[in-house]
Write a protein that binds this ligand. Structure first.
Ligand code: RUB
Length: 312
């Protein structure tokens, strides 16, 4: 494997690259790099190399369907090109895979742009917005809302143990948006001031449940108690097709040292990275296809991903 690709895997594991979109983009770019540098001489060799690198990149963080959807799509594309004679040799496959991956990146950007417009319009004038962790999609929406003249105020939860909320706070301060960083346990106190909650998404199940940074479900439950609307900004590629077939999305459990590096002997420290927010707490998903209720996401996303339910 290319050194730079190994470095991408290391950086994803260490959260130097974080957030589902950033991870998916890094993965697609890493595949482009690997394939461009590939010395494979035959179609089989190149296809195997693509599968090996895809598997290594996709397993760097387990709870990331956006990555799995991206690598799955390119592997299926390469396979069909080989099987239908769309390519005659490794050179042609290399070129087609790279072109397809570049188109994928472009599509991701277009999706994000469309989604951000819908999200920005959804935020009430001068609203106080609560958010959690760091989602590039959410900060994109907040910055666009401010750009449109909406004088929003944001409360960002710090998001222990890795404090990704600080990334959000810094990004918003740099964009001249009024923002306060709060400890996670202050969620309830500040929810009273909020009009809307906006979080990102790592995975969405066929039931419309949301998997996002640990603490998201707490935020959603508190929002419900205070009658504050709760939205998740998620490209349709975050939909997890495996959930349709009864497979639970695996919740990543990270190194306990992130919570306490030298705990007393015998103490068990748990560190799940994500939690599940039931669809009933979610007013809507802000997607590139518009703001959709959790119950419809499965249908819309399946169409986009080309998933067909078998008719028996
Ligand atoms: C990040 C996180 C984000 C989603 C969405 O967790 O939970 O809300 O990934 O981000 P981590 P985006 O920091 O552990 O990766 O909208 O950028 O895809």
């Amino acid at each position: 494997m290319e050194r730079k690709v190994e470095k991408v895997i290391k950086d994803i594991k260490a959260l130097k690259i974080q957030g589902a979109r950033n991870i998916a983009k890094a993965v697609v770019n890493a595949i482009i790099l690997q394939i461009q540098k590939s010395k494979a001489k035959t179609l089989d060799e190149l296809y195997s190399e693509l599968l090996v690198v895809s598997e290594a990149l996709a397993s760097a963080r387990p709870t990331e369907p956006m990555v799995r959807n991206a690598v799955g799509e390119i592997a299926r594309f390469a396979f069909s090109q080989i099987k239908t004679g769309g390519v005659r040799n490794a050179k042609e496959l290399r070129e087609k895979v790279v072109t397809k991956e570049k188109e994928y990146l472009k599509k991701m950007d277009e999706n994000a742009k469309a989604l951000i417009e819908y999200g920005a319009k959804l935020i009430p004038e001068g609203a106080v917005v609560m958010t959690h962790c760091h989602s590039s999609t959410v900060t994109g929406i907040l910055k666009r809302a401010a750009e449109m003249g909406n004088q929003i105020e944001v409360f960002a939860c710090e998001t222990r143990p890795r404090y990704q909320g600080r990334i959000t706070a810094k990004e918003l301060v740099d964009a001249d948006i009024k923002v306060s960083l709060i400890v996670d346990s202050a969620m309830n106190s500040f929810m009273k001031k909020a009009e809307i909650c906006l979080v990102g998404a790592d995975a969405i199940t066929s039931r419309g449940d949301l998997i996002n940074k640990i603490g998201t479900s707490t935020l959603a439950h508190i929002a419900e108690m205070h009658d504050v609307s709760f939205y998740s900004a998620a490209e349709l590629y975050k939909y997890s097709p495996i959930s349709l077939f009864g497979n639970l999305e695996k919740i990543e459990e990270r190194d306990s040292k992130e919570v306490w590096d030298k705990p007393p002997k015998g103490l068990v420290v748990r560190n799940p990275a994500f939690d599940v927010t039931a669809a009933q707490y979610i007013n809507g998903y802000i997607t590139e296809a518009g703001v959709v209720p959790p119950q419809s996401l499965f249908t819309i996303a399946s169409k986009q991903l080309g998933i067909e339910i078998e008719k028996k």
